[in-house]
Design a protein around this ligand. Structure first.
Ligand SMILES: [Zn+2]
Length: 244
């Protein structure tokens, strides 16, 4: 599943359509696509793994889910996978095998934009308050919780926990205050490192724990285990990552 940084790259690719009018809308998304024709794309806004195409009265939310993808200008994938294709004067955007929803403006007001870890208005104090009100939550679940750390996915989770030397099944309420702060700050810092490495095409080379066999610090085999209520795979070092 694409994580926040990959969605930021998608936003950059879509940016050339901002201020442009939709000429044609195609695809098999289950809504009246003609509602979009003639509308101007005002803005592209992100919330974690979701992309919002903001028009005048209506908005389109795109979530790539597990297998979604997009293409700009040229359609290389079959129509059967095409959920939404938008034509503008200066090119085309195609969204495949993803969730596409039409949403009213009111819905946008219900979103806590400050929960997006890569946003300019990311609010770490608010994240801390949410964590403190969930002391029984495992840190692996906390990082994957999109209401707290919107945009964080499994790669970011595994790498952040390795970086801050915390075992994934540790409980939020048992973390010392400085570890809780590290968790919050590294969720954002690692996301920007992810973005930089993804741009350079060197992301995997920088993985220290995610899908790695041995710990880069002590050389012991890493544990690979499904953890937490989110039931996603964790990779961690039993020697270097402390269970709180
Ligand atoms: Zn180790």
């Amino acid at each position: 599943m694409p994580e926040g940084p990959s969605i930021l790259l998608m936003k950059e690719d879509l940016q050339k359509f901002a201020g442009k009018k939709v000429i044609l809308a195609v695809g098999n998304a289950k809504f009246d696509r003609d509602l979009l024709v003639g509308k101007t794309l005002k803005e592209i806004r992100l919330y974690g793994k979701q992309t919002y195409l903001i028009f005048d009265e209506i908005n389109v939310r795109i979530h790539l889910l597990m297998f979604g993808s997009y293409e700009i200008d040229g359609q290389m994938k079959p129509d059967s996978n095409l959920r939404l294709g938008l034509s503008f004067k200066n090119g085309k955007a195609f969204f495949y095998t993803c969730s596409v929803k039409l949403l009213p403006n009111d819905f946008l007001k219900s979103i806590d934009w400050e929960a997006d870890v890569m946003s300019d208005i990311w609010n770490p104090e608010k994240a801390e308050a949410k964590l403190r009100s969930n002391p029984e939550m495992m840190v692996c679940d906390a990082l994957m919780n999109q209401d707290i750390f919107s945009g964080v996915g499994n790669i970011i989770k595994n790498e952040v926990l390795f970086r801050i030397a915390v075992q994934p099944e540790s409980l939020v309420g048992d973390l010392p205050p400085e570890k809780l702060n590290e968790l919050i700050s590294e969720a954002r810092n690692y996301s920007f490192d992810f973005l930089k490495w993804k741009r350079e095409n060197t992301l995997k080379r920088h993985w220290k724990a995610h899908h790695q066999k041995n710990c880069p610090q002590c050389g012991k085999p890493l544990i690979s285990k499904i953890t937490g209520k989110s039931k996603r795979r964790s990779f961690y070092c039993e020697a270097d990552q402390k269970l709180y």
